[in-house]
Write a protein that binds this ligand. Sequence first.
Ligand code: HBI
Ligand code: FE
Length: 283
Amino acid sequence: MDFSNLRGDYSNIWPDYTVEQDWSGYTDEEHSLWRRLYRRMIGLMPDHAAQAYYDGLQRLDCADGVPNLEKASDKLEKLTGFRLVAVPGLVPDDVFFDHLANRRFPVTVWLRTPEEFDYLVEPDIFHDFFGHVPLLSDPVFADFLEAYGRKGPEAIKHGGLKCLARLYWYMVEFGLINTDKGLRIYGAGILSSSGETVYSLTDKRSTRIGFDLERVMRTDYAIDDYQKTYFVVEKFEDLFEACERDFVPIYKKYAEAEPFPKDTVLATDRLYEAEAPSVPMAG
Ligand code: HBI
Ligand code: FE
């Protein structure tokens, strides 16, 4: 991994790529930007976010400013055994997998600038914490993330990294869940973006397909635009159960094959209808 062009400071990392968060070092402007980012998202959560995510977010009580990762870890650990580890940014796949396998979630320490309010290339602490951390409080999703991390070494050994990364991308970053109130969002990449939060549930230019492990592992994705395809689970157990399968035969079949383009729709796909746009509150 070429860290010279990554934004974070990798000059002072431990061997597992963790750093100190230095929470007292955040400026008033950074805490104020965090509150602006939080305020923009929180109003969308009741009608768009999965209940398990929203419950976790409320437990974290992180509206007032950039969160302290140690304090948040003390709360999380009691719920699912997960702790947060501070990192300068993206870390190598093998390091990332090892953290997840040991119930440690890497959280970037730097916050975007005000100019990046609407979009930034690399995940910052708002994406990692607001997007990913709330769902670490859900026991089944936490079990899935640990099981996902444990799949890392085998994927590296059998050339399955791309397939495994697609599973993370579609089901951790951009996953939807079907509920008795319709489709809801749990994916971190969506929940840290106000535009994609509305788009992912309602826009007919994208397709919503029932989760299928091999379909996801074979499907390409774009990192710089809203997703053309969202995959839907009926329950988080679907993700955990998928990780109980042997992935090596899938790698053998598809690791070198051309992936499905990101906008593919197959006759075998189970399609979900887009949600009707929720009418903005009158007045
Ligand atoms: N590193 N800090 C950090 N956060 C991620 O989400 C992350 C990573 N390294 C690799 C990675 N994600 C993806 O390649 C996963 O699919 C493994
Ligand atoms: Fe992420």
